[in-house]
Design a protein around this ligand. Structure first.
Ligand SMILES: C[S@@+](CC[C@H](N)C(=O)[O-])C[C@H]1O[C@@H](n2cnc3c(N)ncnc32)[C@H](O)[C@@H]1O
Length: 283
């Protein structure tokens, strides 16, 4: 992901000097990121009135290819994780193709999530996964975590579940766009229903959703075969660091699975005092 650099921010401040009162200029964001040719930045409350000015300024400032600027104006919402992105400047068409890790991710950047902060996790999965695995992605979105594995790791099979019809549409398109139809299959629906038939079959289960419940963690464990691994994501308040491990052990006991090892990895800061953590559960 591209991030705004100090010099770029200075240029942005210069462009905005005539538009934004001096005492508010310090609220102008220091960072922004790109998905394909779409730039996104968080708009602080204090600058809501000036969001289109910021969009226009960035459109002329950032290097091409840049087509559209979107502003994050609120939290990501609901089960399907709809971002609160508003159109600020440029082309109103927010569909783009984001290129990362040798893959093409077609996505409507205004309506679906593709977190730049999860890049390290996408890269990490590529490093640790082996060839010939049966991989289940329980929360696929447009293929964010599993598409690179299909493209680079010669899996036996990837089953990619997604409940949101719009994300599923792009997921199926991305499978074709990346020429991985022979190894990766998208399935539409609630993973609690549509993945049951794969119990005990997967070498690797990706549970990349921070709002999953105990039933879904139990399903993730049931999907995994012996000597397999579950990558279970959770948003963890720093004060409760040990709680997820206690929960994972309780559910492993309930399912009657032996565990070899549970390790954890920090993905990113999620919100003040809360971290996005992945637990690797080896069974
Ligand atoms: C936040 S995105 C994460 C995408 C990806 N795993 C990542 O880490 O970048 C979570 C996705 O899970 C999907 N989802 C949520 N509940 C689901 C369910 N019960 N079954 C299948 N997909 C679900 C949402 O629609 C959304 O696209």
């Amino acid at each position: 992901m591209h991030r705004g650099k100090e010099s770029k921010r200075n240029e942005l401040l210069q462009k905005l000097q005539s538009k934004i009162p001096e005492d508010l200029l310090s609220f102008v964001p220091q960072h922004w990121w790109k998905i394909g040719d779409i730039l996104i930045l968080t708009i602080p409350q204090q600058l809501m009135k000036f969001k289109e000015d910021i969009g226009e300024a960035l459109l002329t400032l950032e290097q091409k290819p840049l087509r559209t600027v979107l502003g994050k104006v609120g939290p990501t919402k609901g089960i399907v994780r709809t971002p609160s992105f508003e159109y600020l400047a440029g082309d109103v068409n927010t569909e783009t193709i984001h290129k990362e890790l040798g893959c093409k991710f077609k996505i409507d950047a205004a309506k679906l999530t593709f977190s730049p902060g999860n890049h390290g996790e996408r890269e990490h999965l590529l490093k640790i996964s082996k060839e010939n695995e049966f991989i289940i992605d329980m929360y696929s979105c447009v293929g964010n975590l599993s598409l690179p594995l299909a493209v680079h790791k010669a899996p036996e099979k990837i089953i990619a579940a997604e409940i949101n019809p719009l994300a599923y549409k792009y997921l199926t398109e991305n499978i074709i766009l990346n020429n991985v139809e022979s190894v990766m299959k998208a399935v539409l629906g609630d993973n609690r229903v549509i993945l049951k038939e794969f119990e005990g079959e997967a070498n690797r289960v990706l549970s990349g959703y921070l709002n999953s419940d105990d039933e879904q963690l139990e399903l993730a464990i049931r999907l995994c075969k012996d000597n397999g691994v579950i990558h279970y994501h959770e948003a963890v308040p720093l004060a409760d660091k040990e709680n997820p491990i206690i929960k994972i052990n309780r559910i492993l006991d309930k399912v009657g699975k032996d565990r070899k090892q549970i390790t954890k990895r920090r993905v990113k800061k999620y919100s003040p005092g809360v971290e996005h953590i992945v637990y690797d559960i080896q069974i």
